[in-house]
Write a protein that binds this ligand. Structure first.
Ligand code: NAP
Length: 351
Protein backbone atom coordinates (compact mmCIF):
# COMPACT_ATOMS: atom_id res chain seq x y z
CA UNK A 1 0.00 0.00 0.00
CA UNK A 2 1.34 3.43 -0.97
CA UNK A 3 1.64 6.25 1.58
CA UNK A 4 -1.34 8.65 1.34
CA UNK A 5 0.63 11.45 -0.34
CA UNK A 6 1.95 9.01 -2.95
CA UNK A 7 -1.53 7.84 -3.95
CA UNK A 8 -2.99 9.11 -7.22
CA UNK A 9 -5.73 11.72 -6.61
CA UNK A 10 -9.03 10.70 -8.19
CA UNK A 11 -12.41 12.36 -8.60
CA UNK A 12 -15.89 10.90 -9.13
CA UNK A 13 -18.47 12.51 -11.41
CA UNK A 14 -22.04 11.53 -10.58
CA UNK A 15 -20.79 10.58 -7.11
CA UNK A 16 -24.29 10.51 -5.58
CA UNK A 17 -25.80 7.94 -7.98
CA UNK A 18 -25.97 4.16 -7.95
CA UNK A 19 -22.61 3.72 -9.76
CA UNK A 20 -21.08 6.81 -8.13
CA UNK A 21 -21.73 5.42 -4.64
CA UNK A 22 -20.14 2.13 -5.65
CA UNK A 23 -17.05 4.08 -6.79
CA UNK A 24 -16.90 5.77 -3.39
CA UNK A 25 -17.31 2.45 -1.57
CA UNK A 26 -14.57 0.72 -3.62
CA UNK A 27 -12.16 3.67 -3.62
CA UNK A 28 -12.41 4.90 -0.03
CA UNK A 29 -9.69 2.42 1.03
CA UNK A 30 -7.91 1.77 -2.29
CA UNK A 31 -4.17 0.98 -2.16
CA UNK A 32 -3.21 3.21 -5.14
CA UNK A 33 -5.96 5.87 -5.41
CA UNK A 34 -7.24 8.55 -3.04
CA UNK A 35 -10.58 10.30 -3.50
CA UNK A 36 -9.94 14.05 -3.64
CA UNK A 37 -13.05 15.30 -5.48
CA UNK A 38 -16.75 14.44 -5.69
CA UNK A 39 -19.08 16.03 -8.21
CA UNK A 40 -22.75 15.75 -9.18
CA UNK A 41 -25.63 17.92 -10.44
CA UNK A 42 -26.60 21.34 -9.20
CA UNK A 43 -29.11 19.60 -6.90
CA UNK A 44 -26.13 18.32 -4.89
CA UNK A 45 -23.52 20.97 -5.58
CA UNK A 46 -22.27 22.85 -2.48
CA UNK A 47 -23.68 20.27 -0.01
CA UNK A 48 -21.52 17.97 2.12
CA UNK A 49 -21.45 14.57 0.45
CA UNK A 50 -23.24 12.88 3.38
CA UNK A 51 -26.10 15.38 3.05
CA UNK A 52 -26.31 15.14 -0.74
CA UNK A 53 -26.29 11.34 -0.99
CA UNK A 54 -28.83 8.71 0.07
CA UNK A 55 -26.06 6.22 0.99
CA UNK A 56 -27.33 2.68 0.42
CA UNK A 57 -24.06 0.70 0.32
CA UNK A 58 -23.24 -2.05 2.84
CA UNK A 59 -19.90 -0.49 3.85
CA UNK A 60 -20.33 2.57 6.09
CA UNK A 61 -19.38 5.86 4.45
CA UNK A 62 -15.89 6.92 5.62
CA UNK A 63 -16.19 10.11 7.76
CA UNK A 64 -13.46 11.83 5.65
CA UNK A 65 -15.57 11.34 2.51
CA UNK A 66 -18.87 12.25 4.17
CA UNK A 67 -17.64 15.77 4.94
CA UNK A 68 -16.25 16.46 1.47
CA UNK A 69 -18.21 19.14 -0.41
CA UNK A 70 -19.88 18.12 -3.69
CA UNK A 71 -18.56 20.17 -6.62
CA UNK A 72 -19.99 21.01 -10.02
CA UNK A 73 -18.90 18.73 -12.91
CA UNK A 74 -16.43 21.25 -14.29
CA UNK A 75 -12.84 20.40 -15.33
CA UNK A 76 -11.17 22.15 -12.43
CA UNK A 77 -11.28 19.34 -9.87
CA UNK A 78 -8.12 18.60 -7.85
CA UNK A 79 -7.40 15.13 -9.26
CA UNK A 80 -5.59 13.27 -12.05
CA UNK A 81 -8.11 10.53 -12.90
CA UNK A 82 -11.85 11.11 -13.16
CA UNK A 83 -14.25 8.19 -12.81
CA UNK A 84 -17.60 9.01 -14.37
CA UNK A 85 -20.91 7.61 -13.15
CA UNK A 86 -22.80 10.40 -14.91
CA UNK A 87 -26.21 10.13 -16.40
CA UNK A 88 -25.91 9.59 -20.17
CA UNK A 89 -28.01 12.75 -20.74
CA UNK A 90 -25.03 14.90 -19.81
CA UNK A 91 -22.01 12.56 -19.78
CA UNK A 92 -21.04 13.22 -23.43
CA UNK A 93 -19.87 16.86 -23.34
CA UNK A 94 -18.85 16.80 -19.67
CA UNK A 95 -16.47 13.84 -20.09
CA UNK A 96 -15.01 15.35 -23.28
CA UNK A 97 -14.35 18.65 -21.48
CA UNK A 98 -12.39 16.80 -18.77
CA UNK A 99 -10.32 14.84 -21.34
CA UNK A 100 -9.61 18.08 -23.24
CA UNK A 101 -8.41 19.69 -20.03
CA UNK A 102 -5.86 16.88 -19.47
CA UNK A 103 -7.70 14.47 -17.13
CA UNK A 104 -7.76 10.71 -17.62
CA UNK A 105 -11.50 9.97 -17.80
CA UNK A 106 -12.88 6.49 -17.20
CA UNK A 107 -16.54 6.45 -18.12
CA UNK A 108 -19.49 4.16 -17.48
CA UNK A 109 -21.85 6.06 -19.76
CA UNK A 110 -22.77 4.94 -23.27
CA UNK A 111 -21.90 8.22 -25.02
CA UNK A 112 -18.32 7.62 -26.25
CA UNK A 113 -18.18 3.81 -26.29
CA UNK A 114 -18.36 3.34 -30.04
CA UNK A 115 -15.92 6.10 -31.03
CA UNK A 116 -13.04 4.72 -33.08
CA UNK A 117 -10.23 5.98 -30.86
CA UNK A 118 -11.95 5.15 -27.54
CA UNK A 119 -11.22 1.76 -25.96
CA UNK A 120 -14.28 -0.18 -24.78
CA UNK A 121 -12.31 -2.05 -22.21
CA UNK A 122 -12.62 -5.13 -20.02
CA UNK A 123 -9.07 -5.73 -18.74
CA UNK A 124 -9.48 -9.54 -18.79
CA UNK A 125 -10.87 -9.57 -22.34
CA UNK A 126 -9.28 -6.90 -24.55
CA UNK A 127 -6.41 -5.14 -22.71
CA UNK A 128 -4.64 -4.73 -26.07
CA UNK A 129 -7.35 -2.23 -27.14
CA UNK A 130 -5.84 0.28 -24.70
CA UNK A 131 -3.45 1.41 -27.49
CA UNK A 132 -6.41 3.21 -29.12
CA UNK A 133 -5.92 6.09 -26.67
CA UNK A 134 -2.64 6.91 -28.38
CA UNK A 135 -4.75 8.17 -31.31
CA UNK A 136 -6.78 10.56 -29.16
CA UNK A 137 -5.87 14.17 -29.88
CA UNK A 138 -6.81 15.52 -26.43
CA UNK A 139 -4.27 16.21 -23.69
CA UNK A 140 -6.15 13.83 -21.42
CA UNK A 141 -7.53 10.42 -22.27
CA UNK A 142 -10.95 8.81 -22.43
CA UNK A 143 -11.58 5.13 -21.72
CA UNK A 144 -15.01 3.52 -21.49
CA UNK A 145 -16.58 0.53 -19.75
CA UNK A 146 -19.06 -1.56 -21.67
CA UNK A 147 -22.71 -1.84 -20.72
CA UNK A 148 -23.20 -3.85 -17.49
CA UNK A 149 -24.83 -6.92 -19.12
CA UNK A 150 -22.29 -6.88 -21.94
CA UNK A 151 -19.40 -7.16 -19.48
CA UNK A 152 -20.61 -10.45 -17.92
CA UNK A 153 -21.49 -11.84 -21.33
CA UNK A 154 -18.18 -10.89 -22.99
CA UNK A 155 -16.19 -12.36 -20.11
CA UNK A 156 -18.00 -15.70 -20.41
CA UNK A 157 -17.60 -15.69 -24.21
CA UNK A 158 -13.90 -14.77 -24.33
CA UNK A 159 -12.42 -18.22 -23.47
CA UNK A 160 -14.92 -19.85 -25.87
CA UNK A 161 -13.96 -17.48 -28.69
CA UNK A 162 -10.26 -18.14 -28.10
CA UNK A 163 -10.59 -21.93 -27.90
CA UNK A 164 -13.41 -22.81 -30.29
CA UNK A 165 -14.49 -19.66 -32.20
CA UNK A 166 -18.01 -18.19 -32.02
CA UNK A 167 -20.62 -18.00 -34.76
CA UNK A 168 -23.88 -17.05 -33.04
CA UNK A 169 -24.89 -15.91 -29.55
CA UNK A 170 -28.41 -15.54 -28.19
CA UNK A 171 -28.84 -13.96 -24.76
CA UNK A 172 -31.89 -13.29 -22.56
CA UNK A 173 -31.13 -11.07 -19.57
CA UNK A 174 -32.76 -10.81 -16.13
CA UNK A 175 -31.43 -7.47 -14.95
CA UNK A 176 -31.30 -6.10 -11.42
CA UNK A 177 -32.95 -2.92 -10.18
CA UNK A 178 -29.72 -1.11 -9.29
CA UNK A 179 -28.95 -1.16 -13.02
CA UNK A 180 -31.70 1.42 -13.48
CA UNK A 181 -29.93 3.93 -11.20
CA UNK A 182 -31.35 5.54 -8.08
CA UNK A 183 -34.29 5.73 -7.32
CA UNK A 184 -34.83 3.81 -10.56
CA UNK A 185 -37.97 1.76 -11.24
CA UNK A 186 -40.97 2.48 -9.01
CA UNK A 187 -41.85 -0.30 -6.53
CA UNK A 188 -45.42 -0.47 -7.89
CA UNK A 189 -44.01 -1.24 -11.32
CA UNK A 190 -41.58 -3.99 -10.31
CA UNK A 191 -42.93 -5.87 -7.25
CA UNK A 192 -44.84 -8.96 -8.48
CA UNK A 193 -43.64 -8.22 -11.99
CA UNK A 194 -41.09 -8.59 -14.79
CA UNK A 195 -40.65 -5.72 -17.25
CA UNK A 196 -39.69 -7.07 -20.69
CA UNK A 197 -38.14 -3.83 -21.93
CA UNK A 198 -35.01 -1.81 -21.05
CA UNK A 199 -34.57 1.08 -23.48
CA UNK A 200 -31.50 0.76 -25.73
CA UNK A 201 -30.09 -2.22 -23.80
CA UNK A 202 -30.52 -4.90 -26.47
CA UNK A 203 -28.81 -2.78 -29.12
CA UNK A 204 -25.90 -2.04 -26.75
CA UNK A 205 -25.29 -5.72 -25.98
CA UNK A 206 -25.48 -6.65 -29.66
CA UNK A 207 -22.96 -4.09 -30.91
CA UNK A 208 -20.63 -3.63 -27.92
CA UNK A 209 -19.88 -7.37 -27.71
CA UNK A 210 -18.53 -7.23 -31.27
CA UNK A 211 -16.21 -4.30 -30.54
CA UNK A 212 -14.88 -5.89 -27.32
CA UNK A 213 -14.27 -9.27 -28.96
CA UNK A 214 -12.84 -7.62 -32.07
CA UNK A 215 -9.15 -7.64 -32.90
CA UNK A 216 -7.03 -4.51 -32.74
CA UNK A 217 -4.78 -3.89 -35.75
CA UNK A 218 -2.89 -0.70 -36.67
CA UNK A 219 -4.76 1.28 -34.02
CA UNK A 220 -8.21 0.20 -35.26
CA UNK A 221 -10.67 -2.41 -34.03
CA UNK A 222 -11.96 -4.99 -36.50
CA UNK A 223 -15.34 -5.96 -35.07
CA UNK A 224 -15.80 -9.67 -34.37
CA UNK A 225 -17.77 -11.56 -37.00
CA UNK A 226 -20.40 -12.99 -34.64
CA UNK A 227 -24.20 -12.72 -34.76
CA UNK A 228 -25.50 -11.60 -31.38
CA UNK A 229 -29.20 -11.38 -30.46
CA UNK A 230 -30.29 -9.98 -27.06
CA UNK A 231 -33.60 -9.78 -25.19
CA UNK A 232 -33.60 -7.78 -21.93
CA UNK A 233 -35.86 -7.95 -18.87
CA UNK A 234 -35.91 -6.01 -15.59
CA UNK A 235 -36.58 -8.23 -12.55
CA UNK A 236 -37.05 -7.63 -8.82
CA UNK A 237 -33.46 -8.40 -7.80
CA UNK A 238 -31.47 -5.60 -6.16
CA UNK A 239 -27.97 -6.37 -7.52
CA UNK A 240 -26.71 -8.95 -10.04
CA UNK A 241 -27.64 -9.42 -13.68
CA UNK A 242 -28.42 -13.00 -14.78
CA UNK A 243 -28.17 -13.98 -18.44
CA UNK A 244 -29.41 -17.10 -20.20
CA UNK A 245 -27.01 -17.61 -23.09
CA UNK A 246 -27.00 -19.97 -26.08
CA UNK A 247 -24.01 -20.25 -28.42
CA UNK A 248 -23.12 -21.75 -31.77
CA UNK A 249 -19.40 -22.45 -31.92
CA UNK A 250 -17.17 -22.56 -35.00
CA UNK A 251 -15.53 -25.76 -33.82
CA UNK A 252 -17.47 -28.60 -32.18
CA UNK A 253 -16.27 -29.38 -28.67
CA UNK A 254 -17.33 -31.30 -25.57
CA UNK A 255 -18.96 -29.69 -22.55
CA UNK A 256 -15.92 -30.64 -20.44
CA UNK A 257 -13.70 -28.63 -22.81
CA UNK A 258 -15.87 -25.53 -22.36
CA UNK A 259 -15.88 -25.91 -18.59
CA UNK A 260 -12.10 -26.35 -18.59
CA UNK A 261 -11.70 -23.20 -20.75
CA UNK A 262 -13.74 -21.20 -18.19
CA UNK A 263 -12.02 -22.68 -15.16
CA UNK A 264 -8.50 -22.20 -16.51
CA UNK A 265 -9.14 -18.67 -17.74
CA UNK A 266 -6.69 -16.14 -16.28
CA UNK A 267 -5.80 -12.87 -17.98
CA UNK A 268 -3.68 -9.72 -17.84
CA UNK A 269 -5.09 -8.31 -14.54
CA UNK A 270 -4.34 -11.61 -12.76
CA UNK A 271 -0.82 -11.79 -14.24
CA UNK A 272 -0.15 -8.18 -13.24
CA UNK A 273 -1.75 -8.76 -9.79
CA UNK A 274 -3.82 -5.58 -10.09
CA UNK A 275 -5.45 -4.70 -6.76
CA UNK A 276 -9.06 -5.12 -8.00
CA UNK A 277 -8.41 -8.27 -10.04
CA UNK A 278 -10.20 -11.33 -8.66
CA UNK A 279 -8.09 -14.51 -8.41
CA UNK A 280 -10.73 -16.28 -10.50
CA UNK A 281 -12.27 -14.03 -13.19
CA UNK A 282 -14.76 -16.82 -14.02
CA UNK A 283 -16.23 -19.43 -11.66
CA UNK A 284 -18.09 -22.41 -13.15
CA UNK A 285 -20.57 -24.20 -10.87
CA UNK A 286 -21.56 -27.87 -11.20
CA UNK A 287 -24.64 -27.47 -8.97
CA UNK A 288 -27.86 -27.71 -10.99
CA UNK A 289 -29.49 -24.52 -9.67
CA UNK A 290 -26.44 -22.20 -9.55
CA UNK A 291 -25.50 -19.37 -10.09
CA UNK A 292 -28.00 -17.20 -8.22
CA UNK A 293 -27.75 -13.43 -7.61
CA UNK A 294 -28.37 -13.60 -3.86
CA UNK A 295 -25.67 -16.26 -3.37
CA UNK A 296 -22.96 -15.50 -5.91
CA UNK A 297 -22.96 -11.82 -6.95
CA UNK A 298 -20.30 -10.88 -4.36
CA UNK A 299 -17.77 -13.58 -5.31
CA UNK A 300 -14.27 -12.16 -5.76
CA UNK A 301 -15.43 -8.90 -4.21
CA UNK A 302 -18.14 -8.68 -6.89
CA UNK A 303 -15.54 -9.00 -9.68
CA UNK A 304 -15.90 -12.74 -10.43
CA UNK A 305 -18.40 -13.68 -13.13
CA UNK A 306 -20.30 -16.88 -12.28
CA UNK A 307 -21.34 -19.45 -14.88
CA UNK A 308 -23.42 -22.61 -14.59
CA UNK A 309 -26.06 -24.87 -16.12
CA UNK A 310 -24.09 -25.81 -19.26
CA UNK A 311 -26.22 -28.15 -21.40
CA UNK A 312 -27.03 -29.03 -25.01
CA UNK A 313 -29.18 -26.60 -26.95
CA UNK A 314 -31.53 -27.88 -29.65
CA UNK A 315 -31.40 -24.58 -31.58
CA UNK A 316 -27.73 -23.57 -31.23
CA UNK A 317 -24.97 -25.85 -29.81
CA UNK A 318 -24.93 -25.20 -26.06
CA UNK A 319 -26.71 -23.07 -23.45
CA UNK A 320 -25.67 -21.81 -20.01
CA UNK A 321 -26.33 -19.16 -17.34
CA UNK A 322 -24.08 -16.21 -16.51
CA UNK A 323 -24.29 -13.95 -13.45
CA UNK A 324 -22.34 -10.75 -12.74
CA UNK A 325 -22.59 -7.95 -10.19
CA UNK A 326 -23.84 -5.04 -12.30
CA UNK A 327 -22.54 -2.10 -10.26
CA UNK A 328 -19.18 -3.75 -9.41
CA UNK A 329 -17.98 -5.98 -12.31
CA UNK A 330 -20.51 -4.28 -14.60
CA UNK A 331 -19.57 -0.70 -13.70
CA UNK A 332 -17.42 0.80 -10.92
CA UNK A 333 -15.19 -2.25 -10.28
CA UNK A 334 -14.43 -2.69 -13.99
CA UNK A 335 -13.68 1.04 -14.33
CA UNK A 336 -11.26 0.90 -11.39
CA UNK A 337 -9.59 -2.17 -12.89
CA UNK A 338 -9.25 -0.21 -16.16
CA UNK A 339 -7.52 2.59 -14.25
CA UNK A 340 -5.20 0.13 -12.50
CA UNK A 341 -4.23 -1.35 -15.89
CA UNK A 342 -3.54 2.14 -17.23
CA UNK A 343 -1.30 2.95 -14.28
CA UNK A 344 0.54 -0.39 -14.45
CA UNK A 345 1.12 0.02 -18.20
CA UNK A 346 2.74 3.41 -17.54
CA UNK A 347 0.14 5.55 -19.33
CA UNK A 348 -0.04 7.99 -16.41
CA UNK A 349 3.75 8.47 -16.33
CA UNK A 350 3.85 10.06 -19.77
CA UNK A 351 1.92 13.18 -18.80
N1 NAP B 1 -26.41 1.21 -12.50
C1 NAP B 1 -25.68 0.33 -13.18
O1 NAP B 1 -25.63 -0.89 -12.89
C2 NAP B 1 -24.86 0.79 -14.36
C3 NAP B 1 -23.98 -0.10 -14.93
C4 NAP B 1 -23.18 0.29 -16.00
C5 NAP B 1 -23.29 1.57 -16.48
N2 NAP B 1 -24.17 2.46 -15.93
C6 NAP B 1 -24.19 3.84 -16.45
O2 NAP B 1 -23.56 4.68 -15.46
C7 NAP B 1 -24.17 5.98 -15.45
C8 NAP B 1 -24.73 6.28 -14.06
O3 NAP B 1 -25.76 5.33 -13.77
P1 NAP B 1 -26.46 5.25 -12.35
O4 NAP B 1 -27.23 4.00 -12.38
O5 NAP B 1 -25.47 5.47 -11.26
O6 NAP B 1 -27.45 6.55 -12.42
P2 NAP B 1 -28.06 7.40 -11.21
O7 NAP B 1 -28.16 6.60 -9.98
O8 NAP B 1 -29.29 8.03 -11.77
O9 NAP B 1 -26.96 8.57 -10.96
C9 NAP B 1 -26.76 9.60 -11.87
C10 NAP B 1 -25.70 10.58 -11.36
O10 NAP B 1 -25.55 11.63 -12.34
C11 NAP B 1 -25.70 12.90 -11.70
N3 NAP B 1 -26.34 13.85 -12.60
C12 NAP B 1 -27.58 13.76 -13.17
N4 NAP B 1 -27.82 14.87 -13.92
C13 NAP B 1 -26.71 15.63 -13.83
C14 NAP B 1 -26.34 16.91 -14.37
N5 NAP B 1 -27.17 17.61 -15.16
N6 NAP B 1 -25.12 17.43 -14.08
C15 NAP B 1 -24.26 16.73 -13.28
N7 NAP B 1 -24.55 15.53 -12.72
C16 NAP B 1 -25.76 15.00 -12.99
C17 NAP B 1 -26.58 12.63 -10.49
O11 NAP B 1 -26.36 13.65 -9.51
P3 NAP B 1 -27.52 14.16 -8.48
O12 NAP B 1 -27.64 13.13 -7.41
O13 NAP B 1 -26.97 15.44 -7.98
O14 NAP B 1 -28.77 14.30 -9.30
C18 NAP B 1 -26.05 11.26 -10.04
O15 NAP B 1 -24.88 11.45 -9.27
C19 NAP B 1 -25.25 5.94 -16.55
O16 NAP B 1 -24.70 6.50 -17.72
C20 NAP B 1 -25.56 4.45 -16.70
O17 NAP B 1 -26.06 4.14 -17.96
C21 NAP B 1 -24.94 2.10 -14.86
Amino acid sequence: MLKIKEKIPVGILGATGSVGQKFVELLQDHPWFRITALAASERSEGKLYRHAVNWFQKTPLAPRIGIMPVSACLPKLPCRIVFSGLDAEIAGPVEKSFAKAGYVVISNAKNHRMEEDVPLLIPEVNPEHLVLIEKQGSRGKLITNPNCSTIGLAMALKPLQDAFGLEKVSVVTLQALSGAGYPGVSSLDIIDNVIPYIGGEEEKIQIETLKILGSCKDGKVDFADIIVSAQCNRVAVIDGHSESVAVKLKQRCKKEDMIAAWREFRAEPQKLALPSAPDMPLMYFDEAAYPQPKLHRDLGGGMTVSIGRLRDCSVLDYKFTVLSHNTIRGAAGCAILNAELLVKKGYLDEH
